[in-house]
Design a protein around this ligand. Structure first.
Ligand SMILES: *Cc1c(COP(=O)(O)O)cnc(C)c1O
Length: 412
């Protein structure tokens, strides 16, 4: 099975004459379509809103696109708040879902009028002292060992995020006593999850908790935030997650809960990152050397500093070798970068066509948590990012770092 590309080898060769690889390309039309389909599928819910997880692809050009498709921004740091502001996303179009939060971030979130989602019961007082209490407040729930998480986030009971049910209930009571009248509820338990059921069950858990919040704290929720974590099919044989099925499953539970008057009508929020941009971003790199020792290596001009996921958690990214799409994959290679770290491998024992220096390789599904996770170890510089518009034009939306950027914080 293969994966397709929205650009041609000729386009990449043309671009790389002026801008050497490695670089990222994002497909604007694809991002818009995915963002639009999400909103359409949840249109049954009055007030539905998606908050794009800024950490997935923190570039103002991307934020402006998702904003145009009706999305807000999910932020968890001061620079992410500033980025959203500069991309024109402010007020309650920002969800501030941080943890171990410093004072100045609460201050900035309050100044922007963002919805603040607290990770801990003690943060109510900390927020009050740091920045004053807002009119609307949300709490992050962690259900503990009841439910299985997944590989990236793990068992919720071992996760540092959110609070216990008792703490959540008490938080509403405390905040209500302090005069807050508008409330939300949040959870986020998995990452890159492909089972539709899982998201429906999360909604069931939250709707049931909403009922308890009403009964025990006397609070009606204005919104329920289902978090992020929707998976994408990195492997060509994996099926794509069915957003229609997720939406329909949640709708059934929602209508039942509202019909039985277990909870008031409430807005559904999501914080998807990977699902929106992941499949629509590509890392383009050139083969520098082929090496044969105990194994065969393809050495690239990109390294795990450009795309960390494979080295960090063995993540799979499909590879296309431009112009060799139809050649037999009769070679077994480790595809590696140039870091002085042995885990700097994009793929291990991958079947690929016979390769040679100057071949151009493309890593698929790198549009989320790709460039964003980049780092400078070993003096590696972050790459440029390009946006491909619907008419195939490639526009630079971030230049490549230079050595001077790398030295900018040093004193010689
Ligand atoms: C990372 C994160 C998201 C987005 O996760 P995806 O897997 O990209 O959908 C959403 N909400 C919170 C609180 C997060 O930390």
């Amino acid at each position: 099975m293969t994966k397709r590309l929205p650009f041609t080898k000729e386009q990449i060769q043309e671009l790389s004459k002026k801008h050497p690889t490695p670089f990222y390309i994002y497909d604007e039309a694809g991002i818009r379509q995915t963002a639009r389909e999400l909103v359409e599928n949840f249109s049954w819910n009055e007030g539905f809103k998606q908050y794009f997880a800024v950490k997935a692809t923190p570039n103002p050009a991307i934020l402006e696109i998702v904003k145009e498709e009706g999305s807000g921004a999910d932020c968890s740091s001061l620079p992410e708040l500033q980025l959203s502001e500069r991309a024109g996303i402010t007020g309650e179009n920002i969800m501030f879902s941080s943890n171990d939060t410093p004072r100045d971030e609460f201050v900035k979130a309050r100044k922007l009028g963002a919805i603040i989602n607290l990770d801990d019961i003690r943060h109510i007082e900390f927020l009050e002292k740091s920045a004053g209490l807002p009119k609307i407040l949300s709490f992050r729930y962690n259900p503990g060992p009841l439910r299985g998480g997944n590989r990236i986030i793990g068992n919720p009971a071992e996760a540092k995020f959110g609070m216990t049910k008792e703490q959540v209930l008490e938080s509403y009571a405390i905040a209500k006593k302090k005069g807050i009248k508008r409330f939300g509820l949040h959870t986020m338990l998995v990452s890159n999850e492909l089972r539709e059921d899982y998201f429906v069950e999360t909604a069931r858990m939250l709707f049931s908790l909403a009922h308890e919040v009403r009964e025990k704290a006397g609070v009606e929720l204005e919104f329920i935030n289902l978090g992020g974590g929707l998976g994408i099919s990195y492997r060509p044989e994996e099926k794509s997650i069915d957003i229609k099925a997720i939406s329909a499953g949640i709708r059934e539970l929602y209508e039942d809960a509202v019909h039985k008057n277990l909870m008031a009508p409430t807005k559904i929020f999501t914080e998807y990152g990977r699902y929106i941009t992941g499949p629509h971003g590509y890392l383009v790199s050139t083969v520098r050397h082929i090496k044969e020792t105990y194994k065969k290596y393809v050495g690239l001009d990109a390294s795990m500093a450009n795309l960390m996921r494979p080295a960090m958690y063995g993540a799979y990214h499909y590879i296309t070798v431009l112009g060799k799409e139809n050649e037999p994959k009769n070679q077994i290679y480790d595809v590696v970068g140039s870091l002085c770290e042995n885990n700097d491998k994009f793929a291990i024992d991958r079947k690929l066509p016979e390769m040679e220096p100057e071949d151009i390789v493309v890593f698929h599904d790198a549009g989320a948590h790709g460039h964003a996770m980049g780092f400078n170890y070993n003096g590696k510089l972050r790459s440029a990012e390009f946006l491909m518009s619907a008419d195939g034009q490639l526009k630079m939306i971030r230049r490549a770092e230079t050595s001077e950027d790398y030295f900018a914080t040093l004193k010689f």
